[in-house]
Design a protein around this ligand. Structure first.
Ligand SMILES: [Fe+2]
Length: 159
């Protein structure tokens, strides 16, 4: 089996989005202020939406693979290691080993890494629905990176 086939990579990306949703929901539950609970819950809901968008992209791909070209390669091994890393961060948030301030900088780093790795450029296509979905994921991820950095500044927890 070709483990780098796009449906396999897309399934891993979808799992990664759900792992982010889990991490942010754990952060919401462990936050004390209503403001921070809502902040993380909103981030978590967006990651859940991204998982849905990637699922939809996977279906578009399966129906018409000829519409797509591979852009920047994504190694499934790297995706799997992120999955376990984010899963372990979620467990540490649940156990209190990672506190709220530390989590802000960890999350900010993850979101920025995804942007740097051109996560949104894995597949190239001019399919309109694909472009709308991937555009939304990419812009949300950029916004997440920015609002996390702003939160770090605002709470003084990054310095
Ligand atoms: Fe996301």
């Amino acid at each position: 089996m070709d483990t780098e086939a796009p449906p396999v990579v897309l399934a891993l990306m979808m799992a990664l989005e759900l792992r982010f949703a889990e991490l942010y929901m754990a952060a919401s539950r462990s936050s004390e202020s209503v403001d921070m609970k809502e902040f993380w819950a909103r981030m978590s809901r967006q990651e859940e939406s991204h998982a849905g968008y990637i699922d939809r992209i996977r279906k578009i791909y399966i129906n018409a693979p000829e519409k797509f070209k591979i852009g920047s390669r994504f190694n499934p091994v790297i995706l799997k290691s992120w999955l376990s890393e984010i899963g372990s961060a979620a467990s540490k948030v649940k156990s209190g080993e990672i506190g709220p301030a530390e989590l802000l900088s960890i999350a900010s780093e993850y979101e920025n890494t995804l942007m740097e790795k051109n996560y949104g450029e894995y597949l190239i296509s001019d399919d309109a629905e694909y472009l709308a979905l991937i555009g939304k994921i990419t812009s949300d991820t950029a916004v997440h990176g920015k609002i996390l950095r702003d939160k770090i500044t605002e709470t003084g927890s990054g310095a």
